[in-house]
Design a protein around this ligand. Structure first.
Ligand code: FRU
Length: 668
């Protein structure tokens, strides 16, 4: 008798085995835990092993938490916060069941693989076979485990909450052992979870991993830093925390490229000091880089966490240099700016250095704010070591943020542009102003938001060897959901974009031309096509879609591009032909933020609206008309969600041309 059969089952199982199809015979019969989705409304079938984090009162019917819907299954779910909030600890155990070839469940709650997790445990020896933590989000996402190595063995789930304080709870729902890879709608769940992450950098194996965007192999990134063309290469540094897929002591990750599109990872360039206390977040904050006559010179904020270092100055400016483009040495004069000038109460960080064409000197702009108004402080230097304070470069009027982060000042198409990032009432915005600059002060003439989507922050630019003004930004922000934490990483940088001043005076962007070189196969192309209702152009989750909408010959009121589409979900890009509003709707995109992001765009003089859309597994970047952009991270639930469709409402669409090109990996 095999170990996995319970005695009562044995006789019938033997009879059944003789009559079942070969597929059904292939594996032993999986069972599941009792009460796999907590639909009894209590912990029936589950045992509280210790503590008070888990109790009947943790089985909840709440549909929404403070930030939106839970997206649980059925009426009930195990909301780890409900019984005794964050400070309680405890352990819960499921009933014993027979493992099948796969198992899946919905998980949410805090990220901490050591102290907050669901584990699959083998009864025989108590060995933990798989483990999954949460992602600092209340809303559920599905994790799928391949359990074929243990199929037929007796196992149980252990739910551990050993964490107190913020995000000190874990949520669980809908454990599936019957058809665990499929949803009830027949679609295949994307396989997420730390157990599925390949040990090598096989990025293709992660369904949410962008293939041609910079992402950290593991851990977290935020702002792009130190953008420069140096030694024949584009350099991209990133705010980085290698030890967790969340913000922490900041390092500078480093990558280089010969074409601004394909990246090669280099060793971490700058590292924080050893932690003085377990929560010491001191580190190397954002900054910039210049080529100082063959020496790669970076200017950054040294952040000192005053909770761990009482009395220290939290933000100073330091300089480090490199001659091999890889290893950096801090200069002896550090800190080159020992603290903020007066009127900088909100902060003093993110130095951006540039050679000022007006007087040939080095200039440095630093983000700041005071009394509810964001501002930019400015400095000048002849040697990048000794800096003279030259006053306030620009200041807000109180309507555009209390602290301006990551300022960047540069000439473009005969004008000057200031970039600055702000957090305003729970919203992170990448702002810009186009105006004039006299060597000391910037006067804005036109202000705008750089990207109408939800995921563009801390943009930085540089001039490359061809004289182009290139820019990339953190393709996320401080309010974003980060379901990729389930896979051990979070954060991505946008594709490099070329900036220009639009015909209407605003700041426009297009993908760098080299993106075309990522083509991994022939495009699907149609010309002169009339679309009525919904029509599928092709499939692709790593692709570029270029479309020319002939609005003169279009009668539809709304034209929709459906991306990452399947029967159950889609990210929709809608153009209102009457108002010119372009909306990116992530309301049915899957996991992640649900919102409708809008901008306004117009067709070219020939009546054709040109759209250039980069689709990369968990991102959508839309370039429309004269350089308007909409960028959003989206996290499809299903493997089938890769259709690219057009839809016309209230009439028909005349497509002059559409081209869907598969793109390949940007990693060597
Ligand atoms: C912007 C920012 C910067 C800071 C960095 C820290 O996103 O807040 O102001 O230098 O992130 O990681």
């Amino acid at each position: 008798m095999s170990r996995w059969r319970t005695p009562a089952l044995t006789a019938t199982a033997a009879v059944l085995a003789a009559t079942l199809t070969p597929a059904a015979q292939a594996g032993p019969r999986a069972t599941g835990p009792v009460n796999p989705g907590f639909e009894t409304g209590d912990l029936t079938g589950w045992t509280v092993v210790s503590g008070d984090a888990f109790a009947d009162s943790a089985v909840s019917t709440a549909k929404d938490y403070w930030g939106g819907p839970f997206h649980h299954r059925g009426d009930h779910h195990l909301w780890g916060y409900a019984a005794a909030q964050d400070d309680a600890v405890g352990e819960l155990r499921s009933s014993t069941f027979t493992a099948g070839r796969a198992l899946s469940f919905l998980v949410a709650g805090g990220w901490d693989p050591d102290r907050l997790y669901v584990a699959l445990v083998r009864d025989r020896d108590g060995r933990e076979l798989a483990r999954q933590t949460g992602m600092d989000d209340e809303a559920y996402a599905r994790v799928v485990w391949d359990t074929s190595a243990w199929a037929g063995e007796q196992v149980h789930l252990r739910v551990v909450d050993d964490k107190k304080g913020g995000w000190g709870h874990l949520n669980l729902d809908d454990v599936r052992t019957e058809r665990p890879r499929k949803d009830d709608n027949g679609l295949t769940f994307n396989r997420l979870g730390q157990a599925n992450q390949p040990a090598d950098r096989d990025y293709a194996a992660d369904p949410l991993r962008p293939q041609f965007h910079y992402t950290p192999y593991q851990g977290w990134i935020n702002d792009p830093n130190g953008l420069v063309h140096y030694g024949g290469r584009h350099h991209l540094f990133s705010q980085h925390h290698p030890d967790a897929p969340k913000w922490g002591p900041m390092h500078w990750a480093h990558a280089e490229s010969t074409d601004a599109v394909r990246w090669r990872e280099l060793p971490v360039a700058l590292t924080p000091p050893p932690r003085a206390t377990p929560t010491d977040n001191s580190g190397i904050f954002s900054g910039s880089a210049v080529d100082d006559d063959g020496t790669l010179t970076v200017a950054y904020t040294r952040f000192t966490d005053t909770a761990a270092h009482p009395g220290a100055t939290p933000e100073t400016v330091e300089i480090a240099t490199s001659t091999d483009g890889m290893t950096f040495t801090p200069v002896a004069q550090n800190p080159v700016v020992a603290g903020p000038p007066p009127g900088s109460a909100a902060g003093f960080r993110d130095p951006k250095v540039f050679r000022d064409p007006l007087d040939g000197r080095w200039k440095m702009v630093v983000g700041s704010g005071h009394d509810g108004r964001g501002k930019v402080q400015s400095y000048a230097s002849d040697d990048l070591r000794e800096w003279e304070y030259t006053g306030v470069l620009a200041e807000g009027d109180g309507t555009d943020g209390a602290m301006w982060e990551c300022p960047d000042l540069f000439p473009l198409d005969g004008r000057w542009v200031l970039l600055y990032a702000t957090n305003e009432g729970g919203e992170s915005l990448q702002r810009y102003a186009v105006g004039s600059y006299d060597g000391r002060t910037f006067t804005p003439e036109r202000r705008g938001v750089l990207d109408g989507g939800g995921d563009t922050y801390a943009a930085q630019s540089y001039e490359d060897d061809r004289g182009r003004r290139l820019m990339t930004a953190w393709m996320s922000d401080w309010n974003a959901k980060e379901p990729t934490r389930l896979n051990g990483w979070a954060g991505a940088q946008t594709v490099h974009r070329e900036l220009f001043v639009r015909a209407d005076g605003g700041l426009g962007a297009r993908p760098v031309a080299e993106v075309a070189g990522l083509a991994a196969g022939p495009p699907v192309t149609v010309t002169d096509k009339r679309v009525r209702g919904t029509w599928r152009l092709g499939r692709g989750d790593t692709a570029r879609l270029r479309a020319e909408l002939d609005l003169g010959a279009t009668t539809a009121r709304t034209v929709t591009l459906r991306l990452h589409a399947s029967a159950a979900e889609a990210t929709e890009l809608r153009y209102d032909t009457a108002t010119g509003e372009l909306a990116l709707d992530t309301g049915r995109s899957g996991y992640g933020t649900r919102d409708v992001f809008t901008t306004r765009t117009r067709p070219d003089a020939d009546g054709v609206l040109r759209l250039d859309v980069l689709i990369d597994r968990s991102s959508v970047e839309v370039f429309a008309g004269d350089g308007e952009t909409l960028t959003a991270r989206v996290y499809p639930r299903y493997a089938e969600s890769d259709a690219v469709e057009f839809a016309a409402d209230g009439g028909s669409l005349r497509l002059r041309r559409a081209e869907l090109t598969p793109l390949g990996s940007a990693w060597s």
